[in-house]
Design a binder for this molecule. Structure first.
Ligand SMILES: NC(=O)c1ccc[n+]([C@@H]2O[C@H](COP(=O)([O-])OP(=O)(O)OC[C@H]3O[C@@H](n4cnc5c(N)ncnc54)[C@H](OP(=O)(O)O)[C@@H]3O)[C@@H](O)[C@H]2O)c1
Length: 249
């Protein structure tokens, strides 16, 4: 995918898990990558581990002022964005009856509202012919118990992807959404998923394992490349077949 050489890529939440693996994948294809996150120490460590020409910028996706600062920084540093990967997200579970307005606001503010206004701030910098990839989740479609807010926050992203693909087509900006299955990243510890559940979920996945961050990274770099130049408004499940998990056999 030499089409990514010297392209400017911005990845929100790039210091861990899927964002980090995707940054590494873009760098391996010759792109210049800026990652964001909330934790300056984690950003610095990730930038060091990723190596030149990775760069970092502290920005909380749920904070509109941070989105504005990020846009100003990118404008001054690079002058444009060729590929934007909206990856930052948080996951918290709670039975419906116990969901508080604080939990609701936290998930919606980071996963949807923050994603929405980050794109709005960065859009003037995205080159005509560039791309935006949104990271959603199978939960956008699955009826996962205790995930009412998380699932809705992701489903809203899928909807946004479809709308933006139409609104931005006149600038040939392609907008696509990726729905990962269960991917082994620090997120699984953050939601307190027990090992026994991980093993179970791997065993019921048709391809027989949990996903790796690199599985998602490959799809995201593909969608940003010229190889995907006729793909927009699309959604891809990258889940080892979990979405079509067979009830029998
Ligand atoms: N792992 C899975 O099974 C799975 C499945 C479906 C979808 N996803 C989605 O994949 C995305 C990445 O998750 P992951 O699995 O790679 O988890 P992760 O290892 O926990 O990484 C999450 C990343 O998002 C950043 N982040 C979180 N809140 C942020 C905020 N308010 N502003 C800026 N950055 C923020 C984190 O950095 P800081 O902590 O420094 O802010 C970190 O870099 C999320 O959107 C998640 O919903 C994951």
């Amino acid at each position: 995918m030499s089409s990514l050489k010297d392209k400017i890529v911005v990845i929100t939440g790039g210091n861990s898990g899927i964002g980090y693996a995707t940054a590494a994948s873009f760098l391996a294809k010759g792109a210049k990558v800026l990652i964001t996150g909330r934790n300056p120490g984690a950003i610095q460590e990730a930038v060091y581990a990723l190596g030149h020409p990775a760069e970092g910028f502290k920005a909380d996706q749920s904070d509109l002022n941070d989105a504005k600062r990020l846009a100003e920084y990118v404008q001054g540093r690079f002058g444009k964005i060729d590929a934007l990967f909206i990856n930052a997200g948080v996951a918290k579970l709670a039975p419906f009856e116990t969901v508080t307005t604080d939990l609701y606001d936290e998930l919606m503010n980071v996963n949807f509202k923050g994603a929405f206004f980050t794109i709005q701030q960065l859009l003037p910098l995205i080159s005509d012919g560039g791309s935006i990839t949104l990271l959603s989740a199978l939960n956008a479609y699955a009826g996962t118990p205790n995930a009412a807010v998380l699932s809705a926050s992701k489903a809203a992203l899928n909807s946004l992807g479809r709308t933006l693909s139409r609104e931005l087509a006149s600038r040939r900006i392609r907008v696509n959404t990726v729905n990962p299955g269960i991917i082994t990243t620090p997120l699984l510890e953050k939601v307190g998923m027990p090992d026994v559940l991980k093993t179970h979920l791997g065993s019921i996945t048709p391809l027989g394992r949990l996903g790796k961050a690199e599985d998602i990274a490959k799809m995201v770099t593909f969608l940003a490349s010229d190889e995907a130049s006729f793909i927009t408004g699309a959604e891809y499940n990258v889940d080892g077949g979990l979405m079509v998990h067979p009830l029998i056999g």
